[in-house]
Design a binder for this molecule. Structure first.
Ligand code: UGA
Length: 453
């Protein structure tokens, strides 16, 4: 194998583009493989096809320096690379299983073109056992061509990056998980991560290292696959836990923000992912919880807790609708303004955003729904929501305003102007993110989530 290895990255979504641009920035020769022609053209010109903090600049620089190139020819890329990162999407399928169609066609393409030894590294989130299956598909492809001496090793290296902080999460992670039954493959991938593990990322990339160096965890393939599902499920569980507590706080007259703050002081608990609100969304938590629960059931075990995490979240998302009904009575004909549509601040991603379910439910109940979001311009799957360019326009003649996504600009809004624009005084803070005193000082009525204390 030549040294240093040439890296291929299949799939140019959030994960693939970050992996490709960051390894290029660590001075590797990287080729990104993308089948979507329109995306490919943008990437080749150094343009990012979606919004992600810091990534556009990083990508443009790596393309300009020619450390990162893009192609749609997976066969040629397979031939020229020593390590192939697989970062294709594994969206939820109808039966609870992730849809592995894209992964399978990648494995077939690699198996059909590989002529030299390769380490295939799966970054896509995949059910337990998938990497073994992936290897068999690739090996079948090689065997069909009756060539010998082509050694494929498979590594599971799950990614823990968050939308909005993806570059930082990749370069400055808490841990790097590398799973394989081949020590030489683990060593090779660990070597690629060496600057990250040893906090030797060149200055100027992202926001800089954390106080402690990342941990390296090596494991079997199946354990690495499970670590990813366990991590996302646990984070979703923390949020559902504090949301259930918020429900109790509202009933007994306590303040969930203080409860969470004091709980988080215990280092065994930690303050992170304890913000009560309208529940978690995005493309990962729901999909991964369902996939893990499906795996458990397939192995004859009913995952009671995993099941409850999603049930609590489903209930929590409509909490603002119940609060609106309590304050306003029947919602038919009422004007409700939603502030924020993205599943969290810092992104234009509305996949599985609580805003979708809330807008739909309000419309079903006959309310007129308007909305504002600093970056989202339409809400896929929901018609009839007027999205305005200014939050005050969305609030015009509104009977109530609901904060759905805690974008920072909503915290510093002119609440006096908001009160002037509205028809009624009700502001529901679905993320417990607004300054309650500032809101009430403007003559508005404030209601948070679990903040009756
Ligand atoms: C999540 C994980 O955090 C990443 O580690 C993982 O790599 C990624 O999924 C993935 O599997 O690809 P992400 O979906 O970008 O990342 O979103 P998070 O920042 O974790 O937030 C998820 C949801 O939880 C958001 O809707 C957010 O508003 C909500 N949330 C978060 C709360 O309601 N309360 C909190 O305290 C924290």
């Amino acid at each position: 194998m030549i040294s240093p290895p040439r890296i291929g990255v299949i799939g140019s979504g959030y994960v693939g583009t970050v992996v490709a641009a960051c390894f290029a920035a660590l001075n590797h020769d990287v080729v990104g493989i993308e089948s979507d022609r329109a995306k490919l053209k943008l990437l080749r010109d150094g343009h990012l096809p979606f919004h992600e903090t810091g990534l556009a600049e990083l990508l443009a620089a790596q393309v300009a320096e020619e450390r990162l190139t893009f192609t749609d020819d997976i066969g040629a890329a397979t031939d020229s690379c020593d390590v192939m990162f697989v970062c294709v999407g594994t969206p939820a399928g109808p039966d609870g299983h992730p849809d592995l169609t894209a992964l399978e066609s990648v494995a077939r393409a690699i198996g059909a073109s590989l002529t030299a030894p390769m380490v295939v590294v799966t970054k896509s989130t995949v059910p337990i056992g998938t990497n073994l299956w992936l290897r068999s598909v690739i090996e079948d492809g090689i065997a069909n061509r009756r060539i010998e001496g082509v050694d494929v090793s498979i590594v599971s290296c799950p990614e823990f990056l968050r939308v909005g902080t993806a570059v930082d999460d990749f370069l400055y992670p808490d841990r790097v998980v590398i799973g394989s039954d081949r020590q030489d493959a683990i060593d090779l991938v660990a070597d690629l991560y060496r600057p990250i593990l040893e906090q030797e990322v060149p200055a100027g990339l992202g926001s800089g290292p954390k106080t402690t160096a990342p941990h390296l965890v090596t494991s079997s393939l199946g354990t690495a696959e499970l670590i990813k599902y366990a991590s996302n499920s646990f984070l979703a569980m923390k949020i559902s836990f504090i949301n259930e507590l918020a429900q109790i706080c509202d009933r007994v007259g306590a303040d969930v923000t203080q409860v969470a703050h004091a709980m988080g002081m215990d280092h065994r608990i930690s303050p992170l992912y304890l913000n009560a609100g309208l529940g978690w969304g995005g493309s990962c938590f729901g999909k991964d919880l369902t996939a893990l629960a499906t795996t458990a059931r397939e192995h004859g075990f009913e995952p009671t807790l995993l099941q409850a995490i999603g049930t609590v979240n489903d209930y929590q998302r409509l909490e603002v609708v119940r609060k609106l009904q309590t304050h306003l009575g029947a919602l038919r004909g009422k004007r409700i303004a939603l502030l924020g549509l993205a599943f969290k601040p810092g992104t234009d991603d509305t996949r599985d955003s609580p805003a979708v379910g809330i807008a739909r439910k309000l419309q079903q109940l006959g309310a007129v729904v308007t909305a504002h979001d600093p970056v989202v311009v339409d809400l896929p799957g929901v018609g009839g929501v007027r999205i305005t360019a200014d939050p005050l326009l969305a609030a015009d003649r509104a009977d109530a305003v609901v904060l759905v996504t805690e974008w920072p600009e909503y915290r510093t809004m002119d609440y006096a102007k908001l009160a002037e624009a509205m028809n009624g005084p009700l502001v529901i803070d679905g993320r417990n993110a607004l300054d309650r005193d500032a809101v009430t000082a403007a003559g508005l009525e404030y209601e948070g989530i679990g903040r009756k204390g």
